[in-house]
Design a protein around this ligand. Structure first.
Ligand code: ZN
Length: 292
């Protein structure tokens, strides 16, 4: 499943290609993915200029300046589509390439967007075998229901050890579950939560309310570090994710505990092996000797 680092890498790849370009065509082969696609609204964005490609949690946002809109439509647009929202779901993948003469549709390819950009025509294609992804619009002046409940970004300076500490006092939920709660902080997926706990030397099942102030600082720092390293790794494996025919999977990144059950702890050596357990139906890995 694409996680925050994969989505951020896709964003970094789309942004320079599409920013400043104009959306000139949208082709939908179905009217729903995980949710219904607002077909008229998406089509109504045609003619708009892409002013930015942003990411919020795992949502890609193509900001659209409607400008004067299509030539036949001189009505002022209020409200108008402010952004196209793309979510990759479980198996969504994007292709971007110089627009050719209608390349054949791939299996499970659900939509295409054509852009006129300063570098020439570009075609963005979306493939999603399991169809848990989404294509939606964000209206101007109306918060989107999927975006309103989200906590801060992990790289947002507002997400601090002090905040994590304050939010978890009295809470019995496992600290790893809190790290994965998108209302507290977005983007710390299952692998990254296990890795952050190991780096911070905090047991993932420890009740959050009993995690001390210094440990909260270490958890925030560790979560940022593992995500940063994954994004950095993404640069080298990007082709596999956005263009090739291989399954994308996770970026190649050194993992200290995830998937290493029974192997020696990278901190304790042969004295302690990594243990696997299950928390909220998610595989969870830790070292019982150095994580408290
Ligand atoms: Zn250890």
């Amino acid at each position: 499943m694409p996680e925050l680092p994969e989505v951020e890498t896709v964003r970094r790849w789309l942004a320079p290609a599409l920013t400043g370009g104009r959306l000139v065509d949208v082709t939908l082969r179905r009217e729903d993915l995980r949710y219904p696609i607002p077909v008229r609204a998406v089509s109504g964005a045609v003619g708009g200029q892409i002013t930015a490609v942003r990411r919020r949690a795992k949502y890609l946002l193509l900001d659209v300046d409607p400008g004067a809109g299509p030539t036949q439509d001189t009505e002022p647009r209020s409200p108008h589509v402010a952004s196209l929202l793309i979510h990759l779901g479980m198996s969504g993948r994007c292709w971007l390439g110089a627009a050719e003469d209608a390349p054949p549709w791939r299996d499970h390819e659900h939509w295409r967007m054509a852009f006129d950009t300063p570098a020439g025509p570009q075609l963005l294609r979306y493939q999603d075998a399991r169809r848990f992804g989404a294509l939606d619009v964000v209206w101007s002046a109306t918060p989107h229901r999927l975006l309103t409940t989200l906590g801060p970004e992990p790289f947002d300076p507002a997400w601090t050890g002090a905040r994590l500490y304050a939010e978890t006092r009295g809470r019995r939920a496992a600290i790893k579950a809190v790290l994965m709660d998108a209302k507290r902080v977005v983007g710390v997926g299952n692998i990254y939560a296990s890795e952050a706990c190991w780096r911070a030397r905090v047991h993932p099942l420890k009740p959050a309310g009993r995690v001390g102030r210094a440990a909260c600082d270490r958890l925030v720092r560790s979560a940022r570090d593992v995500l940063t390293e994954a994004i950095d790794a993404g640069g080298s494996t990007l082709k596999d994710f956005v263009g090739g025919d291989e399954n994308p999977g996770y970026f190649q990144q050194r993992l200290d505990v995830y998937g290493r059950d029974g192997a020696p702890c990278h901190r304790c050596g042969e004295r302690s092996q990594v243990t696997r357990t299950v928390l909220l139906a998610r595989a969870t890995f830790f070292c019982a000797a150095c994580q408290r």
